[in-house]
Design a binder for this molecule. Structure first.
Ligand SMILES: *[C@@H]1O[C@H](CO)[C@@H](O)[C@H](O)[C@H]1NC(C)=O
Ligand SMILES: *[C@@H]1O[C@H](CO)[C@@H](O)[C@H](O)[C@H]1NC(C)=O
Ligand SMILES: *[C@@H]1O[C@H](CO)[C@@H](O)[C@H](O)[C@H]1NC(C)=O
Length: 228
C-alpha cells in the first residue's frame, strides 16, 4: 500500500503550490475544495487507495452536502453521498455505491476532510473521481475538485530512472569540466615552471650581456636560452 500515489507527485511538489496560489488568489474568499497536489494517483490492483479531498469555508457551514462521483467516457455514477450538519459534527453517509468505498477523515476541528478509501482495486476503477461540496450558507454554490486514478499492474519507477540518467549525465559533464579545469591549471603550472626556469637562464645569461648598450647588430649575438 505504501508508495501508491507517490508517482506524479514529484513535479507537482514545487509546481503545485505556485499554481495553486495563483489560482486561489481571485477566489480566496469563497469555499474551496481540494484534492491535493497530485492530479493523477497511481495504485496497484488489489490494493487500496485513499482519494484525498478537503474543503475550506470562511463563512462556516450548515447542512453541507457532499458527494464523490466517478466518471469515464461511458460511465457516470455517484460513489458516495452525505451531509455534514455543522462544524462540530462528522459527516453522515446517506448513499454508498458499493462496500469497496468508504468515507475517511473527519469534519470536526476544522479538518474538513471528506477523503474516501477504495478497497480491492480493479483495473476498471481507473477514471476521474470528483469530490463535490455544496454549502447552503454560500448560496448553495457547488464546488468541486477532480483527481484521476490509474490502476496499474505495478508501480514503475520510470521517473527515477530518467532522473538517474539525467543526474549521471550532469555529473559526468561536471566531472569532465572539473577535470579539464584541473588539467588546464596543471598545464599552466608546468608552463609557468618551465618559463621560470627559462627566465632564470635568461637572467643568469643577461648578467654577461652587453646588448643594453644598444650597439647595432648586437641582437644577432643574443644566444637562445640554454636548455635545461
Ligand atoms: C493484478 O493484476 C495482475 C494481472 O491481471 C495479476 O497477475 C495480479 O495478481 C494482480 N495483483 C493483485 C494484488 O491482485
Ligand atoms: C464525464 O467526462 C466526460 C469526458 O471527460 C465529460 O465530457 C462529461 O461532461 C463528464 N460528465 C460529468 C457528469 O461530469
Ligand atoms: C484525511 O483523512 C485521512 C484518513 O484519516 C488521512 O489519511 C488524511 O491524511 C487526511 N487528510 C488531510 C489533508 O488531513
Amino acid at each position: 500500500m505504501s508508495g501508491a500515489g507517490d508517482r506524479g507527485k514529484a513535479p507537482a511538489r514545487w509546481l503545485g503550490p505556485g499554481l495553486l496560489g495563483l489560482l486561489l488568489l481571485p477566489v480566496a474568499l469563497s469555499l474551496e475544495v481540494s484534492v491535493g497536489k497530485a492530479t493523477t494517483i497511481y495504485a496497484v490492483n488489489g490494493t487500496e487507495i485513499l482519494l484525498p479531498c478537503t474543503f475550506s469555508s470562511c463563512f462556516g457551514f450548515e447542512n453541507l452536502r457532499f458527494w464523490w462521483s466517478y466518471n469515464t467516457s461511458d460511465t457516470y455514477k455517484k460513489l458516495i453521498e452525505g451531509i455534514v450538519k455543522n462544524e462540530k459534527s462528522d459527516p453522515k453517509v446517506k448513499l454508498r455505491d458499493n462496500d469497496r468505498v468508504s468515507l475517511e477523515g473527519t469534519t470536526k476541528e476544522k479538518m474538513n476532510n471528506i477523503s474516501i478509501l477504495l478497497r480491492s482495486l480493479e483495473f476498471s476503477d481507473t477514471g476521474k473521481y470528483t469530490c463535490h461540496v455544496k454549502n447552503p450558507k454560500e448560496k448553495d454554490l457547488e464546488h468541486q475538485a477532480t483527481i484521476f486514478l490509474q490502476v496499474v499492474d505495478k508501480l514503475e519507477e520510470v521517473d527515477n530512472t530518467v532522473t538517474l540518467i539525467i543526474l549521471a549525465v550532469v555529473g559526468g559533464v561536471i566531472g569532465l569540466l572539473v577535470f579539464i579545469l584541473l588539467l588546464k591549471k596543471f598545464i599552466a603550472f608546468i608552463i609557468k615552471k618551465t618559463q621560470e626556469k627559462k627566465k632564470e637562464c635568461l637572467v643568469s645569461s643577461s648578467g654577461n650581456d652587453n646588448t643594453e648598450n644598444g650597439l647595432p647588430g648586437s641582437k644577432a649575438e643574443e644566444k637562445p636560452p640554454t636548455k635545461v
